[in-house]
Design a binder for this molecule. Structure first.
Ligand SMILES: Nc1ncnc2c1ncn2[C@@H]1O[C@H](COP(=O)(O)OP(=O)(O)O)[C@@H](O)[C@H]1O
Ligand SMILES: [Ca+2]
Length: 497
């Protein structure tokens, strides 16, 4: 008994001092790790919002974007959370009744009020950008386009958001912001990666934008847009062709076919068995064709489908002018275009049409695209309608024309060949956000893309937590080891005799 007591007294691990030191050491390490982790924990996510209305020639769409309240500068962080399609036509169609243009936006705006949390309403920027439909109205009747803009402005100001203006975008802005959107969503800008070109087909205009090594802007300054984004310089080529959106291009092919003011035409771009009566004054009521209106034409003409792809191609080609080019090379209508370069994203009507025609696979030969269009165009209208009862008749009737127009624009207009065609991707969305100019427009106006690369912490939070924990555990082990001289000698077990 007395030997046992003696042993206990001699075991330094059981001296109050060592016990206290060990307990304090453990508490200190646990406290250190806890404080370090809690102090640097990411704060609960709060979001900010932005709203952009895309007032296109055929319709208006509202987009809501959302991003974490901190670190606005991080690329790829802004996402589209909601979109709303405004009922009715584009705002330029309300030229004779501008108030209705404002009213038409109400339902989507009320939806936005529901979607954006109430306490964020006041700080949420709201933009409206109008494109080629309003550009044409502005050419035709500038006071009418001013009235329409005023009407949408006063309608938008009634909502609790931070209204930032309604304006007509230039074709250059439309092209450049579409390019920014695509490359931002693909995370190409922060990484300084090679960029993707953007092809946007609307109803009244079409845009092509890409970076080409050969293009420094000097040959055609009006097609050049320079950006410094995240510390990288970009020299973008961009061009917007007014009247070469698919609805105005269709008008131009019809104008081509009604030059002599006929009472009927056989249109190769429409399916056989399709027939409609069209009004001359409606057809020619656009600056894209108004100077070609035939004299002494009757009020109406009959358009009957002939369903012939090859002839349709010829008619479509006739709306492009390839005769003059004062630059080293041109696309069409005497417009400079540098050598095509890199992958391209083709969106808006490019996607709608090619997706409907099952032609989004660009790895197939161009000949196969032609064959498919040939067979679609020669299918009788009755059969087409039967096969697609859910598709809007206006779109359905025009797919033969639209497909032929897209192929002609890409190959004859922009000079895509078999190889470069396979670099095109027909896209609707990228990572949940619609491809289009709206996101790029908002990022620009809210200064959310910095010119220089933002400073970022050297380690992500998880890496930081792991390192602090490992270091604390190592310190603890070191501490225990440093107490070694005080350890009991296990090999020399006390002999109890
Ligand atoms: N499902 C669809 N199928 C075919 N075309 C479509 C579809 N949805 C939209 N479109 C077309 O896409 C085009 C969109 O153009 P829009 O953005 O309104 O004009 P712009 O950009 O020239 O101002 C219009 O020609 C419209 O008819
Ligand atoms: Ca558009």
């Amino acid at each position: 008994m007395s030997a046992q007591r003696e042993m206990k007294e001699k075991n330094p691990w059981q001296t109050p001092v060592t016990i206290i030191i060990t307990v304090i050491g453990v508490i200190a390490i646990v406290a250190l790790v806890t404080v370090a982790v809690l102090q640097n924990r990411p704060l609960p996510q709060k979001y900010k919002y932005g709203i952009v209305l895309d007032a296109g020639s055929s319709h208006t769409a509202l987009y809501i974007y959302e991003w974490p309240a901190e670190k606005d500068n991080n690329t790829g962080r802004v996402e589209q959370t909601h979109s709303c399609k405004v009922k009715g036509p584009g705002i330029s169609s309300y030229a004779h009744d501008p108030l209705k243009a404002g009213e038409s936006l109400r339902v989507c705006m009320q939806e936005a009020e529901q979607r954006v949390p109430g306490k964020r309403h006041q700080e949420t920027p709201l933009y409206l950008g109008a494109t080629a439909g309003m550009r044409l109205l502005n050419i035709e009747n500038s006071s009418a386009s001013d009235e329409v803009l005023k009407a949408v402005e006063s309608a938008l100001q009634k909502f609790p958001f931070s209204y930032q203006g309604a304006r007509i975008l230039s074709g250059q802005e439309e092209g450049a912001f579409g390019w920014v959107t695509v490359n931002y969503l693909d995370d190409r800008l922060t990484q300084g990666l090679d960029t993707t070109g953007a092809l946007d087909l609307g109803g009244a205009s079409t845009q092509i934008s890409f970076v080409s090594e050969k293009f420094d802007g000097s040959e055609s300054p009006s097609n050049s847009v320079t950006f410094r984004l995240y510390g990288n310089d970009y020299n973008l080529y961009t061009h917007s062709f007014l009247c070469y959106g698919k609805d105005q291009a269709l008008r131009m092919t019809l104008a081509q076919q009604t030059q002599s003011g006929q009472a009927s035409i056989l249109d190769p771009c429409f399916n056989t068995g399709y027939t409609v009566m069209k009004n001359y004054s409606v057809l020619y009521d656009s600056p894209c064709v108004s100077d070609r209106k035939p004299q002494n034409a009757p009020a109406t003409f009959n358009q009957t489908g002939k369903g012939n792809f090859t002839e349709c191609q010829e008619v479509v080609k006739s709306v492009f002018n390839f005769t003059h080019c004062k630059y080293s090379q041109c696309s069409f209508n005497g417009v400079f275009q540098p050598l095509l370069q890199g992958p391209f994203g083709a969106f808006s009507a490019y996607y709608f049409v090619m997706n409907f025609l099952n032609l989004t696979d660009t790895s197939i030969p161009l000949k196969a695209v032609e064959d498919k269009l040939n067979s679609f165009c020669s299918t009788p209208w009755n059969q087409i309608k039967q096969q697609h009862p859910d598709v809007k008749v206006k779109y359905l009737a025009e797919y033969c024309f639209s497909g032929t127009y897209i192929l002609t624009l890409l190959t004859e207009g922009y000079k895509f060949d078999q190889t470069s065609y396979s670099n095109i991707k027909f896209i609707k969305k990228i990572k949940g956000s619609d491809a289009g100019w709206t996101l790029g427009y908002m990022l620009n106006l809210t200064n959310m893309i910095p010119a220089e690369a933002p400073d970022s912490p050297p380690l992500p939070h998880a890496g930081y937590v792991s390192i602090v924990t490992i270091m604390a555990v190592l310190l603890f082990i070191l501490f225990i080891v440093s107490l070694r001289p005080l350890w009991p000698r296990c090999s020399k077990q006390p002999q109890i005799v």
